[in-house]
Design a protein around this ligand. Structure first.
Ligand code: TRH
Length: 391
C-alpha cells in the first residue's frame, strides 16, 4: 500500500491547546496534501473551537476543512478501523476500537505520536515497537524532533512560501494589523507577540519594556497571562480590545485567533514569545527571534528539555548571542534567577536581534527538509510492506 486510504487520529485535550493544535494540523496536512480520508476523534470540542471557529460543539460528527471530526465520548461507536491509526500523546484508545484492530486480518499501523523534545534519548526511542500485552497488535513510538534521526516537525508544504509572500506584501501586513484595529508598525518601533503561561518574571519584563528607549508594542493574545498583565497596569481585568500604556510600552490585548491567523501574527512581529510545543515550532518557521516559555513539569524536568533545545538551536551562533539567548530564556523559565528578568538580560537579547533573525533563517533551512507528515507516511509504508511480506 503506497499510502493509507484512511487515518484515524485520537486526541484528548489534557490542558491548554497544544494537543489539539498538533492533531488538527496533522489531520489537515494528511487530508489536504496526501488525499487521505482523515477522521479526528477529540474529547473536547470547546477547546478545539478556539483554534477552528467553525467547529460546532453540539455535533457528534461533522466535517471541517476536509477532515471528519468526531466527538470522542465514553460511548464509543462501532466503526471500521483505519489503515493508519494515530494515538496522540499516549491518550489510550477506546477498548472497542483496539479490539476491532486486533480482529483485522491486515492490521492497522498503530502509532503513538509523542511530545516534542530535543533530548538525545529521543533518537534511540523513535520508531521503537511496543507489542500489546495480550492482543496480536504492535504500537510504534513516533517522536517529533529536530534531527534527521527523529520524526521531524509538522510543516505544511506551502508554509514558507506563504510566510515570505505575507512578509513581503506591505498591503497584506497593513490589512492584518487593521483587522485588529492596530496601525502599521513605525520604523523605530518593535512589535512583540506574547503567548505564555503565568510567569513570575512577567512584571519585570513589562517594566523593562516600559522603561526602554524605543517604542515597543506587545500583542497579547487572550489567555493565561492576562490577569498578570492587567495587574501590572493596575486594572482589575483585561479583555480583547483593551490597550494599556506605560512609558514606551503599549500592550494590546488580542482575541485568541484561529491557527492560520496566529501564524500571521508570528510572521508580522519582530520577536515572538511562545509557549508549550506547537506555538514554539510555529515561531521557528516564522524565522524571527523568539523566547520560549516551556510547559512546566514536576521536578524541573522541563529545564533539561529547554537546555537540550538551546544546545541544538544555538549551534553556529556567535558566543555573545548564545549567552544572551541562554540568559534570557533561563530567566523567563525560572532558572537560577526564578521570577526575575533583568533589564540587562532583555537588552542583551534585543541588541542582537538582527543576528538572531539571520540565525533563525539558517535554522529553518536546517530543519525544513525533515517533514513529520512525510516521515510518518514513509514509516507507514515500511511497516505495511513488512507485514505484507510476513503474511
Ligand atoms: O496551549 P499550550 O500551552 O499547549 C501545551 C503544550 O503543547 C504542552 O506540550 C502540552 O503538554 C500541554 O499543552 C498539555 O501551547 P502550544 O503547544 O503552543 O499550543 C497552542 C496552540 O494554540 C497552537 O496550536 C497555536 C494555537 N493558537 C491559536 O490558534 N491562536 C492563538 O491566538 C494562539 C495564541 C495560539
Amino acid at each position: 500500500m503506497s499510502k493509507p486510504a484512511r487515518c484515524d487520529i485520537f486526541c484528548t485535550v489534557v490542558d491548554n491547546y497544544g494537543d489539539i493544535g498538533v492533531c488538527w494540523r496533522l489531520a489537515r496536512q494528511l487530508a489536504h496534501e496526501h488525499g487521505i480520508a482523515v477522521r479526528l476523534w477529540v474529547d473536547d470540542l470547546a477547546s478545539f473551537r478556539r483554534l477552528c471557529p467553525e467547529v460546532d460543539v453540539q455535533l457528534a460528527q461533522q466535517h471541517c476543512r476536509g477532515v471528519e471530526v468526531r466527538h470522542w465520548t465514553a460511548l464509543f461507536p462501532e466503526v471500521e478501523t483505519a489503515q493508519l491509526v494515530i494515538e496522540a500523546f499516549a491518550c489510550e484508545l477506546p477498548e472497542r476500537y483496539v479490539a476491532a484492530m486486533a480482529a483485522q486480518e491486515r492490521k492497522s499501523v498503530w502509532i503513538n505520536l509523542e511530545y516534542l523534545s530535543a533530548e538525545d534519548w529521543v533518537e534511540g526511542c523513535h520508531q521503537l515497537p511496543s507489542p500489546h500485552p495480550s492482543l496480536p497488535l504492535v504500537k510504534y513510538f513516533f517522536f517529533p524532533g529536530f534531527t534527521p534521526q527523529t520524526g521531524g516537525l509538522l510543516l505544511e508544504r506551502d508554509l514558507l512560501a506563504r510566510r515570505d509572500a505575507f512578509q513581503q506584501d506591505p498591503q497584506a501586513l497593513a490589512e492584518f494589523w487593521q483587522a485588529f484595529g492596530v496601525r502599521p508598525s513605525r520604523p523605530d518601533e518593535t512589535r512583540i507577540s506574547l503567548f505564555s503561561y503565568e510567569n513570575p518574571a512577567l512584571p519585570d519584563l513589562l517594566r523593562t519594556w516600559a522603561q526602554g528607549r524605543q517604542p515597543l508594542t506587545c500583542l497579547l493574545p487572550e489567555g493565561r497571562a492576562l490577569p498578570q498583565v492587567a495587574a501590572f497596569f493596575g486594572s482589575a481585568r483585561a479583555a480583547p480590545g483593551d490597550v494599556f500604556k506605560r512609558g514606551n510600552l503599549e500592550v494590546r490585548v488580542l482575541p485568541f485567533v484561529e491557527q492560520e491567523r496566529y501564524d500571521e501574527l508570528l510572521w508580522a512581529c519582530d520577536i515572538n514569545f511562545v509557549r508549550g510545543e506547537d506555538s514554539c515550532v510555529r515561531a521557528q518557521w516564522a524565522a524571527k527571534p523568539f523566547v520560549w516559555h516551556i510547559y512546566p513539569q514536576h521536578d524541573g524536568v522541563h529545564m533539561h528539555k529547554l537546555r537540550a533545545f538551546m544546545a541544538l538551536y544555538c549551534a553556529g551562533l556567535p558566543t555573545d548571542a548564545v549567552q544572551a539567548l541562554h540568559a534570557l530564556w533561563e530567566e523567563w523559565n525560572g532558572g537560577p534567577d526564578a521570577g526575575a528578568i533583568s533589564a540587562h538580560g532583555w537588552n542583551d537579547f534585543w541588541m542582537r536581534r538582527s543576528m538572531l533573525r539571520q540565525h533563525a533563517h539558517t535554522w529553518v533551512q536546517h530543519l525544513s527538509g525533515n517533514s513529520l507528515a512525510l516521515n510518518l507516511l514513509d514509516f507507514f509504508r515500511k511497516i505495511d510492506r513488512m507485514r505484507g511480506l510476513q503474511n
